[in-house]
Design a binder for this molecule. Structure first.
Ligand code: GAP
Length: 547
């Protein structure tokens, strides 16, 4: 099947990520583990820089004395680091135990498993035979996949493809079945040779389960790896309030691992089973929550732009009413046009949700459900609460206005791995630069924002003699105290520039013959390729300023 331009670009990004030590498949020497990824030397630096930028901009560097642009008033931010395994009741009251599932479907013939909502298909007809052909490919890869399947099923040669008649457009399988347009008996699965091999769809909870303790066995020992970091924040709402003198409005931020047993992890790190989230739960007065929602939505959008993501590849999408989570009053997604998606399609980078008082109330009262527009305690068949809350008072008392209320929550929830992937894809460029002899040479360059770049500078002696390495090493040691940088004397200077371009290093400093006479070095800018001479004594201040 021919690959779209963007898909082959994605393949080149994945290949660079592996070749240059950004991202490796987990346990690769044993064949890898689907949905799990490791970050190599450059990748770990990139991801750490991204998380540090988020933590600095949202928490550590936040000025709590002044209202930032667009904010209704000044506010405080606090940090937190909670455990991955929490009391199982957390997930029962939050709704994850009952509701955090996807529908999966199995193929009896190929033994493959698919997400029901990822399958789509069309009716194909040939000489009186009619079959609903299904694929798990999406975007512009879907129709070629359907054609190849139908050709094989009808036993046609390539030149007979035109004889296949297609009835109706591409439709989601679940929608087609629900509408009665087809039944699973006449569906030809993505990897099946005959129709009717797909099982009925089944619910599959995405939480990874584990057992606590050496004698684990009965149901009381069942625990879950957290599928989001958010709940740890709600667990500690009262602790933070009681110990840090914060006042509503304030936010609690956390960066940490989350785990989801995704049925079909795919698209490199985009949908992984183990990933990191950067989440804020922002607690505010109910009457002010709509204004705070707008503030966080716009603030988070701007954050991606400030770090250099191309605005034209980003989209801010407000959810339709029927798309909202069971708890949400309003949600907007910040989405990016990842190259593995079809033109016009976007993938979620971050969700900003107005969660009302759902979370704090759930952990006080028990699992809530929406009934006639209101959140009420869900009752079990025995007339008791289906999942009992903690019974602890998580309301807030404002000692200035003398009001007591359950704060509303605005939640900007970002994925660190998805953000790294978006920044990698956005930074990836192929262009031509003149080589040492002035001839055009194609290069691959990662135009990462200097704050995100794994290395900020490389120090290169033009040749390995005439005292140049000594000067370069001194400069490397002086700069290394201020920022990550590397010393490289191997190969031609052109090859060394190329290596740094691929790693996303914004500046190269070359020590050459002139350095020995006038104490200046060449500063090469990765993106503009402009080379300027800078006194060695000014390099540290200059690059620190630029950072
Ligand atoms: N607390 C709300 C929450 O977890 P979510 O939309 O399910 O909301 C938030 O997840 C973010 O976490 C997503 O926007 C995405 O960036 C990231 N994320 C979610 N599932 C992921 C997965 N399987 N692999 C990588 N990142 C994921």
């Amino acid at each position: 099947m021919e690959k779209s331009n963007d898909q082959s670009r994605m393949d080149r990004i994945v290949s660079l990520a592996k070749r240059r030590g950004f991202i490796f498949q987990s346990s690769e020497i044993y064949g890898g583990l689907n949905g799990f990824w490791d970050y190599g030397p450059l990748g770990v630096a990139l991801k750490r820089n991204l998380k540090d930028a988020w933590w600095h901009d949202m928490v550590a560097g936040h000025d709590e004395l002044a209202a930032p642009a667009g904010a209704p008033e000044a506010y405080e931010m606090a940090g937190l680091d909670c455990t991955i395994i929490m009391h199982p009741q957390v997930w029962k009251c939050s709704g994850h135990f009952d509701l955090f599932h996807d529908w999966m479907i199995d193929c009896r013939e190929s033994k493959r498993r698919y997400r029901y909502d990822h399958l789509s298909g069309r009716f194909a007809l040939h000489r009186g035979k009619r079959v609903f052909v299904v694929t798990d490919a999406s975007g512009d890869e879907a129709q070629p996949a359907l054609t190849a399947k139908a050709q094989k099923f009808f036993g046609l040669r390539a030149k007979q493809i035109e004889e296949i008649e297609w009835d109706g457009g591409l439709t989601g399988l679940s929608a087609a079945v629900a509408a009665g347009a087809t039944t699973l008996a006449e569906v030809l699965g993505p990897d099946a040779s005959e129709p009717g091999t797909l099982t009925d769809p089944r619910e599959f909870n995405l939480m990874f389960e584990t057992r606590i303790g050496a004698l684990a066995g009965d149901d009381d020992d069942r625990a879950f790896l957290r599928p989001e970091t958010a709940q740890g924040i709600f667990m500690n709402f009262k602790n933070v309030l009681d110990t840090s003198r914060v006042r509503v409005p304030f936010g609690i931020a956390q960066i940490g691992k989350s785990f989801r047993n995704e049925i079909t992890p795919r698209n490199f790190t985009f949908r992984s089973r183990e990933f990191e989230q950067m989440e804020i739960e922002f607690f505010c007065k109910p009457g002010d929550s709509a204004a705070w929602y707008r503030y966080w939505r716009d603030r988070r959008w701007k954050w991606y732009l400030d770090l250099g993501l191309t605005e034209g590849k980003l989209q801010l999408r407000e959810h339709d009413k029927d798309e909202l989570s069971h708890y949400s009053v309003g949600t907007a997604d910040i989405e990016y046009a990842f190259p593995f998606l079809a033109p016009g399609e976007f993938g979620e980078l971050e969700g900003i949700a107005h969660r009302g008082d759902f979370d704090l109330r759930s952990h006080m009262e028990g699992k809530l459900v929406r009934q006639d527009g209101a959140l009420v305690l869900e009752m079990g068949p025995d007339g008791k609460p289906r999942h009992k809350g903690s019974g602890k008072d998580l309301s807030y008392f404002d000692d200035i206005t003398r009001e007591r209320y359950v704060p509303h929550v605005i939640e900007p929830s970002a994925g660190a791995d998805r953000a790294v992937l978006a920044f990698l894809c956005d930074a990836y460029h192929e262009d031509e630069v003149p080589d040492e002899d002035g001839k055009p040479r194609s290069r691959t360059v990662l135009k990462l924002h200097p704050r995100l770049a794994p290395l900020k500078a490389a120090i290169l002696p033009l040749v390995k003699k005439d005292g140049m390495p000594e000067v370069a090493i001194d400069l490397y040691r002086a700069l290394k105290r201020h920022m990550p940088c590397m010393y490289d004397e191997k190969g031609s200077v052109g090859r060394r520039y190329a290596r740094q371009d691929e790693a996303g290093t914004p500046w190269c400093l070359t020590v050459d013959g002139q350095t020995l006479t006038d104490q200046t070095v060449t500063l090469r800018d990765r993106d503009s390729l402009v080379q300027t001479r800078v006194p060695i004594a000014e390099v540290v201040d200059l690059l620190t300023d630029r950072l």
